[in-house]
Every structure is written in structure tokens, then in C-alpha cells.
Design a binder for this molecule. Structure first.
Ligand code: PLP
Length: 401
């Protein structure tokens, strides 16, 4: 039997990918499953982006690049931060990796020692605690309930910080909650962080462009400039430009951290593939009108789902402020009996019931550290979403409470 390293024994595979896999397996047996497990825009990437990658490949510009990314892409990233966030960075303060996920992975590998604590406000993105544990870090996951808009408050942050705290992670708009922080809310968190110089801040802003109801997006870096030398701003092209499979993420942060991340990258994947970097550069530098039309489509879908779920009086959902998920409260279903006589003990059982009976794949809240909820992705057509909501309503109506 293969020896698997001990460090992996504490790490779980991605829950959303597992749900999606289960949905695919069911679909392969002929079942009509609606897979709302994974968060992937269903739009095509802008045409000019794909074209330029082809042209790059045909011109045989397919060599290794600098580990931190091509100088052109890093320039485009600097320009993006200047234009959209009012932040000034130079090329050596920028890292490019295979998706925001690899940026985070590199940053943690470069900084986390055994026993270091990472504050991951719950609900959190599924990969954060697992990556933290992979490097011997200890996830600290204060609950940020619906009553506080799923946002971390200064009081909860202060209580979570210890001398061992290495990182605070923020993600905005949040996955799964959609929560967006205002400038004032970020400043209030910044005031707490001012008192704790050992804490670095990772602000995951990958859903930056997907905010609703005319809400402004404020980068953590813009709200708390005094924390610049311990803030890593993470972003990428996956969500804004419907480019998940291109695998390009980027970050801006202090030079010493970026340099350490470059060392990790140069000894692992070397660099992101050259045509993908060229495509990401084109996405950042080109026309931004598709970003806007994607955003509008996500807002219509959000409205449709909120409207539909609100008709189901045993489920709760406040309108998400951004991103493309609905984090649906299902406390009233816990303890209910299914038609086949089993009891829904927790949100894992609720998600399983929805897959079995409604044939809708959703991810249980347990995966995000705040229960009882389930998450559906709204990154699919309005027709599919309407059908999914109707199926959920019918399945829930069959429960005996
Ligand atoms: C909060 C958050 N960060 C990062 C990622 C991953 O982004 P990328 O595709 O750039 O690796 C996701 C994807 O679901 C996400 O929800």
C-alpha cells in the first residue's frame, strides 16, 4: 500500500468538488440532475481573450516565463489595481499563479509554521482551512451569523486574535454568503488590526466585480492603507471574465512576501502557462463591457432565487449582496422525517435528501463552517434555476416536521 504523508491525514478534499462529482455520477446513470454544486460562470470568456491565446500559441510564444508572471501581465495587474482600486503597486509587488487558489497556497506555504493560527471567519471558502492544515496551521473559525450579515465584526475579531495569530482571511463578496463589507466596516476591522502587528491580512477579492443593488466594492487595501505592508490582496480572472479553466490568479503584497511566494512557485510549477498569462493580460487590458453584462445576469439570477426560496416558508435567505451563490438557511428542516422515514439530522442529510429526491446538487453548510445551511450556485441559466427552486419546494413539502 502506498505510504501517504501524515500531513495529508488532516486534509479533506474539496466539498463542492465532491458534490459536483456525485452529481455527475448520478447524471451518468441517466438521472436528470441539476448540479448547483460548483461555482463556475456558465458564460464563455470574452472572444478576444481566446483569440489572443491562439495567436500566442501559433507564434510559438510558449516558453517558460518568470515565476511571478510575465512583466507584461504584472504591468497589467498593476494598472488594474490603480484603475479599479486606487492602489499603487510596482511589478515586484505582484505575483501571478495558477488561480487565486495557488496564490493562497503559495502564501501559506511561505509563511505558516506549525501551530500558527489563521482566523477564517465562518462561513468561509472551503479551501481555506484545508490549506491552513496542510502547512500545520490551526484554523480559528469564529461564527459570523446571518444577524451580522455574515460579516466579521471588530469585537469578534478582537476576541479571536492571540499571539499565535499569523493571518486573518477576508473574502468579499463572500463565498458562500455573498457578504460585502463597506469602507467603514473595513476601517473598523483595520483599527483592531492596528493593535496586533503579528497579524497579516489576506483579502480575497475574486468576486470583486459581482456586487448587486448598485453596491460599491471597496478593496481592503483602499480602506486600510496603513496596513499595506502586511496585506495580501488576492484576485484573478476566473470569476470576473468567466475564465475558471485558464487558471490565472494574481496578488499584490509586500515585496518580501511576494519574493518568498516566487521561491515556492519556482520550485513547484515554475510558472503559469504562457498563453494563459497572455489571455489574462488581454482580459485585464481589454474592454470591460462583458464583466458588466455577466454581473447583470448574476443579479437577475439572484433575484429569481431569492424570490423562489422566499415562497418556501421553512427556508431562509436574505438577498446575497454579491458573488453567485445562495446560502440558504434550513434550521426548520432539521429533525424532519423524510417520506422514507429517515430523520434529517443535519445539513449534510438535507443536502443528501435534495440530491436524492429533488435531484438538485447543493453543498451542505458544514463545509463552510456555519450550519444548518446549504449552498447553491446561481451560475447557471434562469431556466435551470427556476426548475431547481421548484424541485426544492416540492421536496421540502414532502417532509414531515
Ligand atoms: C473565495 C474564493 N477564492 C478563490 C477561489 C478560486 O479561484 P481561482 O479559480 O482563481 O483559483 C474561489 C473559487 O470558488 C473562491 O470562491
Amino acid at each position: 500500500m502506498t505510504h501517504i504523508a501524515t500531513r495529508l491525514s488532516v486534509v479533506k478534499p474539496s466539498a463542492s468538488m465532491a458534490v459536483s462529482q456525485a452529481a455527475k455520477e448520478l447524471a451518468a446513470t441517466g438521472v436528470d440532475v441539476i448540479d448547483l454544486g460548483l461555482g463556475e460562470p456558465d458564460f464563455a470568456a470574452p472572444a478576444h481573450v481566446t483569440e489572443i491565446a491562439f495567436a500566442e500559441a501559433r507564434a510559438n510564444r510558449m516558453l517558460y516565463t518568470a515565476s511571478l508572471g510575465t512583466p507584461d501581465l504584472r504591468r497589467a495587474v498593476c494598472e488594474k489595481f490603480r484603475r479599479e482600486n486606487g492602489l499603487e503597486y510596482s511589478g515586484d509587488e505582484i505575483a501571478v499563479a495558477n488561480g487565486a487558489k495557488q496564490i493562497i497556497f503559495n502564501a501559506l506555504m511561505a509563511t505558516v509554521d506549525e501551530g500558527d493560527e489563521l482566523i477564517l471567519p465562518a462561513p468561509y471558502f472551503v479551501s481555506y482551512p484545508e490549506m491552513a492544515k496542510l502547512f500545520g496551521g490551526v484554523p480559528v473559525t469564529p461564527a459570523c451569523p446571518a444577524e451580522s450579515g455574515f460579516r466579521l465584526t471588530p469585537e469578534v475579531l478582537e476576541a479571536a486574535i492571540t499571539p499565535r495569530t499569523r493571518w486573518l482571511f477576508l473574502h468579499m463578496p463572500g463565498n458562500p454568503s455573498g457578504a460585502v463589507y463597506s469602507r467603514a466596516q473595513l476601517e473598523a476591522l483595520g483599527a483592531v488590526l492596528d493593535r496586533h502587528p503579528q497579524v497579516m491580512i489576506l483579502s480575497d477579492e475574486i468576486y470583486e466585480h459581482i456586487t448587486f443593488d448598485g453596491r460599491d466594492f471597496v478593496s481592503f487595501g483602499a480602506a486600510c492603507p496603513q496596513l499595506r505592508d502586511r496585506t495580501l490582496i488576492v484576485n484573478g480572472v476566473s470569476k470576473a471574465y468567466a475564465m475558471t479553466g485558464w487558471r490565472v490568479g494574481y496578488a499584490a503584497g509586500p515585496r518580501d512576501l511576494i519574493k518568498a511566494m516566487a521561491t515556492v512557485q519556482s520550485q513547484s510549477c515554475t510558472s503559469v502557462s504562457a498563453p494563459a498569462q497572455r489571455a489574462a493580460q488581454a482580459a485585464l487590458e481589454g474592454p470591460q463591457d462583458e464583466v458588466q453584462s455577466f454581473r447583470e445576469a448574476f443579479e437577475r439570477r439572484r433575484d429569481l432565487v431569492v424570490e423562489g426560496i422566499r415562497q418556501i416558508n421553512t427556508l431562509t435567505l436574505d438577498p446575497p449582496e454579491g458573488a453567485f451563490y445562495a446560502y440558504i438557511g434550513c434550521a426548520a428542516l432539521i429533525g424532519a422525517h423524510t417520506p422514507s422515514g429517515t430523520v434529517l439530522e443535519d445539513d449534510v442529510a438535507v443536502a443528501k435528501y435534495l440530491l436524492d429526491v429533488a435531484q438538485v446538487a447543493a453543498v451542505p453548510g458544514t463545509a463552510y463552517g456555519l450550519s444548518p445551511y446549504f449552498r447553491i450556485s446561481t451560475a447557471t441559466s434562469e431556466a435551470q434555476l427556476s426548475e431547481a427552486v421548484s424541485r426544492i419546494a416540492r421536496a421540502v413539502a414532502q417532509l414531515d416536521r
